[in-house]
Design a protein around this ligand. Structure first.
Ligand code: AP5
Length: 217
């Protein structure tokens, strides 16, 4: 299956993408992760990306589309993928449609997670990530066994630079301005599947499975 996962910052896209991609045996491809890999390389491109991400602003469409399309054309995504956080503008969705068309494929569904802003701020200000292995936890909802240490590799957990309350509020405003119009775009194409992202991780996952008609676990 070829699926796009849309949702405001902190709605649980990355958390759910890892679970669902495992169930579907397809790669989860996150534009945010591609950008973080680029910035950690310290390249000139990475520095350009960092200026946008640290401010909570979107990276320009053409640059984003080039990075994601290159990843989509790697062999492990030939039979399907779960795209986390791309596209997030109407311009990007047009670029994605064109790239898939060139490859002779189409999307099967677009899941749109929805979560109230106050819950988003709670989830993001408590998020901690492991830069070494990518594990994501929450200081209250899913705390690590040892404070500030990753359960997976024991490396130090850090707070993302864009997870301060001020930047989260800016990211929410950017989502409302630039990504919400996409919901109408995909509704018009009969691809949109809205999913309530409140509740536990398994509860949200079950709703996503129903939205994709995948049946019960
Ligand atoms: P990106 O990394 O994609 O950030 P985002 O979209 O803001 O989403 P997040 O990663 O912050 O949250 P999430 O929805 O994945 O939530 P998570 O599962 O971690 O992008 C970063 C930046 O890169 C953007 O701001 C932009 O600058 C740039 N960028 C990326 N894509 C771009 C694009 N297409 N175009 C242009 N620019 C782009 O969960 C959050 C927390 O909640 C975690 O602590 C988790 O443990 C917890 N949690 C999750 N689910 C639950 C639950 N059900 N109950 C309780 N806690 C939960």
């Amino acid at each position: 299956m070829r699926i796009v996962l849309i949702g405001p910052p902190g709605a649980g896209k990355g958390t759910q993408a890892r679970v669902l991609a495992g169930l579907l045996a397809v790669p989860a491809i996150s534009s945010g992760d591609l950008f973080r890999a680029e910035t950690s390389r310290g390249s000139a491109l990475g520095e350009l990306v960092r200026r946008h991400t640290d401010a909570g602003e979107l990276v320009p469409d053409e640059l984003t589309a080039t990075l994601v399309t290159r990843r989509l054309r790697e062999p492990d995504a030939a039979d399907g993928f779960l795209l986390d956080g791309y596209p997030r503008t109407v311009g990007q969705s047009e670029l994605l449609e064109r790239a898939l068309d060139e490859d002779g494929t189409v999307l099967d569904a677009v899941i749109a997670l929805d979560l109230p802003d106050d819950e988003i701020v709670r989830r993001l200000t408590g998020r901690r990530v492991c830069p070494a292995c990518g594990t994501t936890v929450h200081t209250v909802f899913s705390p690590p066994r040892v404070p500030d240490r990753c359960d997976g590799c024991a490396g130090p957990l850090v707070r993302r630079a864009d997870d301060t309350e001020e930047t989260v509020l800016r990211r929410l405003a950017v989502y409302a301005e630039q990504t919400v119009p996409l919901l109408r775009w995909y509704t018009d194409r009969e691809l949109l599947r809205p999913v309530d992202a409140t509740g536990t991780v398994p509860e949200v996952c079950d709703r996503m499975r129903s939205a994709l008609s995948l049946g019960a676990r």
